[in-house]
Design a protein around this ligand. Structure first.
Ligand SMILES: [Zn+2]
Length: 484
């Protein structure tokens, strides 16, 4: 037996199955019950939101014997029985000569379209109502639009028109004003995810929740796209579809790979960033796919941490902004790979994007400050600021040993950390100046015998770093660290 695509199988059979467009299903059910259907509908919405499916359901319902019986007896209809799918008319709908469907975007000639439309003046052959479903109606030629206009203005008896479009602004006002307009909404991601999971269960496949969410997000509000993606994954799947399966089948980058790149950028580690990117390129992903995936992933992380853990948000926003700009530059550039690489390298560069927003008062005021505690306080504020956090891996290995005349001395236990710091000193100084609100110079110093006094004179949260610091400095003497 030939394989039937999910997109076809998942198509709604009644108005009650119209996913995400309940407002339309309810309104149409009421209109059918009250015999107040229009003879011309304009169905508006992005692709895959159910426009053509709705048009077919309505065409079918207009000819359904049971719907007709209910109308005659005055019994209100339920959307589950619109149409019935059991009567002769419903069963023969697909082969009915009285339902004409065509896509105005396809290359049909003007004569062809005119001929099809002219059949509207002929009585239906088998059905009660003759129906015309025209997709992408905004693509019709001027002549065709005029023929339709005439038909809608003075409709022949027993004819109904369903005009679908993705671009309402391109549909002539003369047509718009004569149709009943149905606005199709983008289908929410959660609705799509739930629906495709139900569908997968029916297919006896375990579609993982994160995999369903990923498909739903990619579908961008279009059920048709979601079903097409699911179909592709289903074709490759055995008994289950995992997030990895979705990524692999649809040629997407895995969350782990994205996390790796994001973590490397956050740590200002250019080597790791480059490695992460090379890995993504090696798996055959295009630069714009990688960039867009990074943006979506960063946005997802922010969304998940909203209100609970927002400390990295400024850093994430910085990445999103740069990547967004990069995707714009990639379009038609011919060197998208290089643009992405350069963008990530810039992002991973030591704090080069920081600008000093606070005007700096020159050193004369700093003479009044010769207080070590004050220096420690500034140091603490810096390491806890969003910009300063970037340098935390280095700064956590330093202690403020003096602060006078605007010069703050940071003493490192090892030369390695001191020289790492020297590389970023200018940028770090800028952060200190901004947070302190005055000019601060930093001098670095090395003292191998010194315990890591970063933990001294600071709040409780820093004490939690004790174990880490102890391992870094091979110290087991806690009191030595705690006591100044
Ligand atoms: Zn029927």
């Amino acid at each position: 037996m030939a394989y039937e695509a999910l997109y076809t199988r998942g198509r709604p059979k009644t108005l009650s199955q119209l996913i995400g467009q309940e407002h339309i299903a309810n309104a149409l059910t009421r209109a059918i019950s009250n015999e107040r259907l229009s003879h011309a509908y304009l169905l508006v919405g992005t692709r895959g939101t159910g426009k053509t499916s709705t048009a077919r359901l309505l065409s079918k319902a207009m000819n359904c014997e049971r719907v007709h019986e209910a109308q005659l007896s005055g019994r209100p209809l339920d959307k589950k029985e619109v149409p019935c799918n059991k009567c002769e008319s419903c069963k023969n709908f697909d082969s009915s000569p009285d339902n004409v469907e065509f896509d105005a975007a396809s290359n049909r000639s003007v004569e062809d379209v005119t001929r099809l439309l002219s059949t509207a003046y002929l009585a239906p052959l088998r059905s009660r109502v003759k129906t015309f479903i025209i997709d992408e109606v905004h693509m019709l030629s001027f002549e065709a639009v005029n023929s339709i206009l005439k038909l809608i203005e003075e409709p022949p008896p027993n004819v109904a028109f369903f005009l679908a479009t993705t671009e309402l602004n391109k549909v002539p006002m003369t047509i718009r004003s004569r149709c009943q307009v149905l606005n199709f909404r983008l289908i929410p991601q959660t609705t799509i995810a739930t629906y495709i999971q139900t569908l997968a269960r029916r297919l006896k496949v375990d579609l993982h929740e994160d995999a369903a969410k990923k498909i739903a997000r990619l579908a961008e509000g279009s059920m048709r796209d979601a079903l097409t993606y699911l179909d592709q994954c289903y074709a490759m799947a055995d008994k289950e579809i995992t997030l990895d399966d979705v990524n692999e089948t649809l040629g997407l980058i895995s969350n782990e790979s994205l996390d790796e790149i994001i973590a490397a950028v956050k740590m200002r580690d250019r080597t790791a960033t480059g490695n992460g990117l090379v890995k993504a390129f090696r798996s055959g992903l295009a630069a714009n796919v990688i960039a867009e995936s990074l943006i979506t992933h960063l946005r997802d992380i922010e969304f998940e941490n909203l209100g609970t853990n927002e400390k990295d948000f400024p850093e994430f926003d910085r990445m999103i902004e740069a990547l967004r700009k990069a995707t714009g530059e990639m379009n038609g550039s011919g060197i998208p790979d290089i643009i992405l690489e350069m963008t990530l390298m810039k992002l991973a560069a030591p704090a080069q994007n920081f600008t000093v927003s606070t005007p700096i008062v020159k050193a004369q005021t700093s003479a009044t400050v010769s207080n070590l505690d004050e220096g420690k306080k500034i140091f603490y504020d810096v390491t806890n600021s969003s910009e300063g956090k970037v340098y935390y891996p280095i700064l956590k290995n330093a202690a403020v040993t003096s602060f006078s005349d605007g010069v703050l001395t940071l003493t490192f236990k090892s030369k390695t950390f001191a020289s790492l710091f020297e590389g970023d000193k200018k940028d770090v100084e800028q952060i200190f100046e901004r947070i302190a609100g005055r000019a601060i110079k930093i001098s670095s110093d090395v003292n191998p015998n010194m315990p890591p006094p970063i933990l001294n004179g600071m709040g409780e949260p820093e004490r939690s770093n004790l174990a880490e610091a102890m391992s870094v400095f091979n110290t087991s003497d806690v009191t030595k660290i705690n006591d100044d």
